[in-house]
Ligand binder design. Structure first.
Ligand SMILES: Cc1cc2nc3c(=O)[nH]c(=O)nc-3n(C[C@H](O)[C@H](O)[C@H](O)COP(=O)(O)OP(=O)(O)OC[C@H]3O[C@@H](n4cnc5c(N)ncnc54)[C@H](O)[C@@H]3O)c2cc1C
Length: 441
């Protein structure tokens, strides 16, 4: 069997999910040797929360990461609603999000401490294929292969490069030097801590709740493993002239301005939650224009935040990263079905697979980024009536949260006039499939 070496830049959620999915191609007789290169000295996630929507949870199940679907690790509230929107001052429920086609409890939106989700993925990736302390500075691709260059002066070569190195991806920058990120005008305060610190707050909602105020919002939710999260959003220009570029991602900040922001007229539940929040970290929200292409030198592509620079909007990034990994798997599986496993796939085969992947994912994520960039710096509502109208008339995000990658991939294959080259057990009836427990890959 000819070996195909896949190099993945970054071992965050996108990189680990890509490793899990691509290693499963070996079950078709091919020999994919997958390696991840991560700059961190140890494998750990930041102490923030992350939500996964039905699309991401279904994909985890397909990838075989069923350990992440357990109620113990991800929290699902008793209402079985993905989000409840309350008025900042009165605390009344103004609106709710609802599932459209998610009958299975384990596919319903779940909220995690990021480290727990990261750990759940890590259980499916052999430790010896993850190389730590490897800070990427750039990459190269030509007809012969790909090279990843590290700050320590070393490099690694392979056949295919997957850039999973996050929002400030060096792989993306190498192949798109003109692409720029812009601060969206918002910076998040975030905290995760033990649920015991807030559990006795009177009237604490048991479900994930987003309070909307005239200038800012407040989000609070239980997480798996008895953790809790509070997230505030603010415009730091209201407080100082500090340049958002100078605020480091995940930087520890003074908790006093956070508590102050939710004092005064906010309802007693939010005030108490802000008071009980033991510390905060800052997450300046940056986004960038959609990329014109996701395939570079016929051997390189991007997944996760490296590919779609939407910032933290709609809490979509984790689920999108998982769906990217699934689409990559489906694309390679389709092309490899016509390649003799004793031969290495040709440059043309690799290009075809990466192009199928791009066609499955880029239009979907471009729609999200355009929406995010279009709503940046929106003017605050002038009256309470206007605030309530905005809350009730929010655009539906079902196209995002219940997106079906299998169905999209099947449509791309059909539109390309490609003959399905594999038995499509998971794509044969995508509509029906979306409401059922899907079969494993
Ligand atoms: C403010 C904010 C809030 C968010 N909230 C949510 C949410 O609630 N739900 C949700 O689903 N998503 C959320 N997201 C998005 C989510 O965090 C990401 O989309 C998701 O984690 C997928 O990330 P990733 O693996 O692509 O990138 P990352 O998580 O950034 O991982 C990239 C990995 O690459 C490594 N790396 C980076 N550069 C290099 C380099 N030069 N060399 C080697 N390694 C490198 C990093 O150390 C890291 O391990 C939020 C994002 C923001 C900005």
């Amino acid at each position: 069997m000819a070996e195909i070496k896949i190099i993945i830049a970054g071992a965050g959620i996108a990189g680990l999910a890509a490793a899990v999915s691509l290693r499963q191609l070996n079950s078709s007789g091919h020999n994919f040797d997958v390696h991840l290169y991560e700059r961190a000295p140890e494998l750990k996630e930041i102490g923030a929360s992350i939500a996964l929507s039905p699309n991401g949870l279904r994909t985890l199940e397909l990838l075989g990461v069923e350990n992440a679907l357990d109620d113990n690790i991800g929290y699902r509230g008793p209402s079985a609603l993905p989000m409840i929107y309350r008025h900042w001052k009165t605390n009344e429920i103004v609106s709710v999000d609802q599932f459209v086609d998610v009958p299975n409890h384990k596919h319903q939106t779940a909220r995690f401490h990021r480290a727990h989700l990261h750990d759940a993925l890590l259980q499916h990736v052999p430790r010896e294929i993850i190389h730590l302390n490897k800070e990427i500075i750039s990459a190269e691709a030509d007809g012969a292969g790909v090279t990843l260059l590290f700050k320590d002066g070393t490099n690694v070569k392979g056949d295919i490069l997957i850039g999973a190195d996050g929002l400030r991806s060096k792989v993306r920058t190498t192949f798109n030097p003109e692409h720029k990120l812009h601060w969206t005008g918002r910076t998040l305060f975030g905290s995760t801590f033990d649920y015991s610190l807030v559990k006795d707050i009177p009237d604490l909602p048991p479900d994930s709740t987003h309070w909307w105020g005239p200038k800012t919002t407040f989000f609070a939710s239980r997480l798996g493993r008895n953790m809790y999260t509070t997230v505030g959003s603010f415009d730091p220009r209201d407080y100082s002239k500090e340049n958002p570029d100078s605020v480091r991602w995940d930087q520890v900040a003074d908790v006093a301005p956070f508590r102050e922001l939710y004092n005064e007229d906010w309802n007693p539940v939010v005030k108490a939650l802000a008071e009980a929040t033991p510390y905060v970290r800052l997450y300046p929200n940056f986004a960038g224009e959609p990329l014109a292409s996701w395939v570079f030198g016929s051997r390189v592509t991007l997944v996760g935040d490296a590919a779609h620079t939407h910032g933290g909007s709609h809490a979509a990034g984790g689920s999108l990263a998982l769906d990217d990994a699934l689409a990559l798997y489906l694309s390679f599986r389709h092309v490899l079905a016509t390649v003799d496993p004793s031969q290495k796939p040709s440059l043309e085969d690799i290009h075809r697979a990466l192009t199928l992947y791009e066609k499955t994912r880029r239009p979907h994520t471009t729609r999200l980024i355009n929406g995010v960039l279009g709503s940046a710096n929106a003017i605050a509502p002038a009256t309470d009536e206007e605030l309530r109208q905005r809350m009730t008339n929010r655009a539906s995000t079902i196209w995002l949260t219940e997106h079906d990658v299998n169905a999209t991939f099947a449509k791309v294959v059909q539109d390309e006039g490609l003959i399905p080259s594999i038995p499509q057990s998971s794509t044969a009836n995508p509509q029906k499939q979306s409401s059922q427990t899907q079969s494993r890959l």
